[in-house]
Design a protein around this ligand. Structure first.
Ligand code: ADP
Ligand code: MG
Length: 255
């Protein structure tokens, strides 16, 4: 049986010192659904993505991916942290695309894409390399397989990062402002690639400042403010008819 949700975040709280950055977040993402997350700088958007991928531990609440509890094991009604090795295995099925690309500079484009499927998923090299070449073609940079990241433009590097995420055969890909480190003329090529992935079966959670893109691509738009989801719903509802004054104030600032 497939799990009801690709991502299920329940009651998640996270503090750094005295500052509570996530204040009880509930978010569900269906299989193949596209969710865009908008909100002011410092509202907790990156932290939310990082707890989903268990790059950050939780103070309260749970995250399930495809029905599997992430980062913890439940024993006698208590959550126990999983060993790192188990967390790495779980993370190897969750794609993450960072603002700053985070490619390995000492590896070729092809090796960047094949590393995790080979090392963390222990799949067959021939199969993984063949699939990686197909993915690089799909994001429009098949001819760059043997190049090193420093020779690539920002847009090309981000497309490598997207191919690398896809190579995990993930249930969900998390994007943290994937175009905000790019020169304006390179934003379009990355948005085009993400647009092509949407509704292809993999759930996408995209933190973005590109409100037009968020509207166009999303099934659901989530507005996060001060560590809480203030409003969420269809793009037309949240972006054109926001109910909450804080959503209205934010949208009037960014438009
Ligand atoms: P956003 O992505 O919406 O801009 P973040 O999730 O990056 O917001 O950050 C939310 C708040 O948490 C900010 O006030 C930020 O300074 C703080 N924060 C984020 N990461 C850390 C950290 N590792 N240590 C301390 N504070 C952090
Ligand atoms: Mg951020």
């Amino acid at each position: 049986m497939t799990a009801p949700f690709a991502v299920e975040v329940r009651g998640v709280r996270k503090s750094y010192g005295a500052q509570e950055v996530l204040r009880g977040v509930d978010l569900t993402v269906r299989s193949g659904e596209v969710v865009t997350v908008i909100g002011p700088s410092g509202s907790g958007k990156s932290t939310l993505l990082r707890v989903v991928n268990h790059l950050e531990s939780l103070d309260a609440g749970t995250v399930h991916i495809d029905g599997e509890l992430i980062g913890y094991r439940l024993r006698r009604n208590t959550l126990h942290a999983l060993p790192d090795r188990e967390v790495r295995r779980q993370r190897s099925r969750i794609g993450f695309v960072f603002q700053q690309f985070n490619l390995f500079p000492h590896l070729t484009v092809l090796d960047n894409v094949t590393l995790a499927p080979l090392a963390a998923q222990r799949r067959d090299r021939k199969e993984v390399e063949a699939e990686a070449r197909v993915l690089l073609d799909r994001v429009g940079i098949g001819e760059l397989a043997d190049a090193y990241p420093r020779r690539l433009s920002g847009g090309q590097q981000q497309r490598v990062a997207i191919a690398r995420a896809l190579a995990l055969r993930p249930r969900v890909i998390l994007f943290d402002e994937p175009t905000s480190a790019l020169d304006p003329e390179l934003v379009g090529e990355v948005l085009d690639v993400i647009r092509d992935l949407a509704h292809g079966g993999t759930a996408l959670v995209i933190v973005t400042h590109e409100i037009g893109f968020a509207r166009e691509i999303a099934d659901t738009v989530v507005f996060l403010d001060a560590g809480a989801i203030v409003e969420q719903g269809a793009p037309e509802a949240v972006l054109d008819h926001p109910r909450h004054p804080r959503t209205r104030a934010f949208l009037s600032r960014v438009r």
